[in-house]
Design a protein around this ligand. Structure first.
Ligand SMILES: [Zn+2]
Length: 81
């Protein structure tokens, strides 16, 4: 049996759930925490592609929990001001 002193990879992830403010989809974000909290990575809503940012060491994984609730299938588009 190997020495189990290494931390479990999954256990070290920062996991949170989020509802997309654009389409209403619910999804889970799995991010690798950063020690200094200064590094940010982008991730996108799996339904409409709206971009979000969080503190993470690398690009977070996203798991869709509930389909979008706005009844559309258009992609999010940044509005240019
Ligand atoms: Zn969305």
């Amino acid at each position: 049996m190997k020495n189990a002193s290494l931390p479990d990879t999954e256990g070290s992830l920062s996991v949170f759930e989020q509802t997309c403010s654009y389409c209403g989809a619910r999804f889970r974000v799995l991010a690798t925490p950063v020690a200094d909290g200064l590094h940010r990575e982008e991730y996108a809503c799996p339904e409409c592609g709206k971009g979000y940012r969080t503190e993470a060491a690398s690009e977070p994984q996203v798991q869709l929990l509930r389909r979008r609730t706005d009844g559309k299938d258009e992609a999010y588009q940044d509005t240019m001001f």
